[in-house]
Write a protein that binds this ligand. Structure first.
Ligand code: PBG
Length: 327
């Protein structure tokens, strides 16, 4: 053995004390953003069948939920709305008393320090379920921008701390930035869903938000999962248009994209650990096939190691609890 030349990597793995000294990546509570679905009505707490542990909540039950998020030390939530009625142009998205606007006002009044992010999109509010204005079966870009700006403005007026446009129309960051600035909201950051793929992983979300497209798919506005260079073009234009955060969505099948954006851009980078990723883990855990806590922490560590600064995840509350247990 004496003449064998090799490196002894195991020296730094000998016990947990030394392993923790050389650990490179951490998941922290500060990294977490928790999504909440708010619904019109009262006394509603509908568990989403494909997302155990995730609920559509009416506003009378919202404070309790948000209190638990705050108590766990999670700094931020992102709100999605399920309106009572939908129409062709998604009016509920930009109504001053729309479900999301009411939720923002209510939450900011009771929890002024919580960072409230508003998802800015139309698909939850349109009858056809598309993220923009539809004419003759086409999703029109520029007319959709006008409605998105209205939506962002009504959310900012309600008190949203961050505007997160997710609809993938071209120019949405430029249009929203201009709209916000002109209305005196130049201090409100834009967290752009810059690189959003046309993914089957959004299936369970569409159950939760009732936002599945009623015809066709989203491939004319969301990206082709096969494309990498296109992700740089999307991120670059969002940067130039004034985005304050970039996002990659989904996360798991796109860790390479997260890494590459992190290396190319200096903006804070968000990974969206989407609904289908949540449901897969939940289903396997409920079957006793995997250790949920270990799997989730490993997945989120992977996203952070890939380069994500922040993670939007339905696991946020569980993760915060687990982090407390580890202490
Ligand atoms: C709205 C939006 C979607 C998600 C976040 N914002 C759905 C979609 O694009 O169809 C998906 C989130 C998830 O799957 O967890 N456009």
């Amino acid at each position: 053995m004496n003449d064998l030349q090799f490196k002894r990597h195991r020296r730094l793995r000998a016990n947990e004390r030394i392993r923790s000294m050389v650990r490179e990546t951490f998941v922290r509570k500060e990294d977490l953003i928790y999504p909440i679905f708010v619904i019109e009505g009262s006394k509603i707490k509908n568990e989403v069948p494909s997302m155990p542990g995730v609920y559509q909540l009416s506003l009378d039950l919202l404070d309790e939920e948000v209190q638990s998020v705050v108590d766990l030390g999670i700094p931020s939530i992102i709100l999605f709305g399920v309106p009572a009625e939908k129409d062709d142009v998604g009016s509920g998205a930009y109504h001053d008393h729309g479900i999301v606007q009411k939720a923002i006002r209510q939450v900011k009044k009771k929890f002024p320090d919580l960072i409230v992010i508003a998802d800015t999109c139309l698909c939850e509010f349109t009858e056809h379920g598309h993220c923009g204005v539809v004419e003759n079966g086409q999703i029109l870009n520029d007319p959709s921008l006008k409605l998105l700006v209205e939506t962002a403005l009504s959310q900012a007026k309600a008190g949203a701390d961050i505007i997160a446009p997710s609809n993938m129309m071209d120019g949405f960051v430029a249009a929203i930035r201009k709209g916000l600035d002109e209305a005196g909201f130049e201090h409100i950051p834009i967290m752009s869903y810059s690189v959003k793929y046309a993914s089957a992983f959004y299936g369970p979300f569409r159950d939760a938000a009732g936002s599945a497209p009623q015809f066709g798919d989203r491939k004319t506005y969301q990206m082709d999962p096969a494309n990498r260079l296109e992700a740089f073009r999307e991120a670059q234009s969002d940067l130039e248009e004034g985005a304050d955060f970039l996002m990659v969505k989904p996360a798991l099948a796109y860790l390479d994209i997260i890494r590459e954006l992190k290396e190319r851009y200096t903006l804070p980078l968000v990974a969206y650990n989407v609904s289908g990723e949540y449901s897969m883990v939940k289903a396997a855990a409920q079957n006793g096939w995997i250790d949920e806590k270990k799997i989730v922490l490993e997945l989120l560590t992977g996203m952070k190691r890939a380069g994500a600064d922040l993670i939007i995840t339905y696991f946020a509350k569980d993760v915060a609890k687990w982090l407390d247990e580890e202490k």
